[in-house]
Design a protein around this ligand. Sequence first.
Ligand code: ADP
Length: 517
Amino acid sequence: MPRPQGTSTKLERPPRPLWNGHSYAHAIVQTVRQPLLVLDRRLRVKSTNRAFCETFRASPEETVGRLVYELGNGQWDIPKLRQFLEEILPHGGGFEDFEVEHDFPTVGRKTMLLNARRLRQDGARAELLLLAVEDITERKQAEEALRESEERFRTLYESSLDGIAAADLDGYIMECNQAYAEMLGYTREELRGIRFQDLTPSKWHALNADFVRLVMDQGYPNVFEKEYVKRDGAVFPISLRSWRINDKAGKPVGIWSIVRDITERKRAEEDLRELKDALEGRVAELDAFAYSVSHDLKEPLRAIEAFGSFVLEDYGDRLDEQGREYLARLAAASVRMQRLIDDLLALSRASRHSRPSRVDIGPILREVVEWMRPQIEGRSATVEVEERLPDVAADSTQVEQIFRNLIGNGLKFNQSERPHVRVGFKGKEGRMGVLYVQDNGIGIEPQYHERIFGMFQRLHRREEYDGTGAGLAIVKRVVEYLGGRIWVESEAGAGSTFFVALPLWTKDAVSQKREAA
Ligand code: ADP
């Protein structure tokens, strides 16, 4: 630049522009974080910025001087772009937000927003084109994902069999699905001006207000059962799950509720309750009946026994052998009748007088074995009780009754030279502990595995094995009363294993009990 001429003795430097035009533009282009291309009017690349090179993995050497369509081995030879640049651009000053979706060999499928602006340099004939490329692939994908999720939500919302509704802070319904409107007999439009409270019978208002307060305080879903009133005035029970709606800033703006008509469930529950009450009543009646009949039968039986023995004592010498035998049979029959009646009494008592508590089975079993010692030794038998036995939630007398019966049967229905009964713990099944009583006795054919638990059901004549056939019926009733289950695995001649599942006494139950104490 020529030095300015002047009269001043002081050499004055003219103000120098901070930027010359080109480097100023160049600096902007380089700094912008959006990929940019500067093209000449023949669409040759004049320059690119760093963002462009990084995004499309190109170097300035590979790009500058080339036709835009040649970039990256023709990657930019996109028909739609070519059409725009060649046909549309020459007629206008530029274009905005032109969306192009294209598969780039180097960087994959991309959606780009192109903006072009013609740059005229004053005085210069050369005309430049600034092409800004915005990679909106991720935004597009996010939008698409959002659209899909919105569509999924809509489908679920609209096709839900449960009613779904949103209300504002005053309880006015902002929106609801078809199921909600149908449940209440309104149209969706009508519901928009109605408040939740208007749909709730007044007796529920206080509880409803408490529930709403809870939902607003806690924010997460809460469940509540109340009633709704339909448009025609009919009242029906519902269960609802509600949660707070917050705006972007986290400020509560309303409540979402999912509402289910539970008329059918309530009716079924009611029927079941009635049935249960009726059944319990019938069972109690039957028990009372069995109890009183057995009681009443005992008296005439005692009379038969007494008069039988009087006849034998006072007239025995006047009877012949046959007469005495008849009398002896009469006496035996009445003893047996006595036992049957006692068993009936025991059955009617099996589901009474017990409150489950923690029962340690081990000591009870050892005591049972001790009591049965004479019977065991008389048969040269052994009874083995495993060490590891669980605590169950039961009644100790009933547990004793169960195992006395099962061990007794294992010894009785046994023809081995050395009868052996083993009692142990098979393991847990859910909240149940399964115990077993195994013998090396005569076994039971599979077709009788159910029948033997029936009252007075026996598989043998009394002459072969003594008994009334009441033992297992009583055991089954006791086990079921305690919430458990009994079954047998056996084959004829191969011994039997009786399994008894009883509710386990859990640690929770123990600590709860301690706390209660
Ligand atoms: P009881 O012992 O008075 O006969 P139970 O109700 O205890 O009556 O048993 C019913 C029937 O089941 C028995 O008569 C017997 O046929 C069969 N039974 C029970 N326990 C066993 C066992 N451990 N081995 C073989 N059969 C058995």
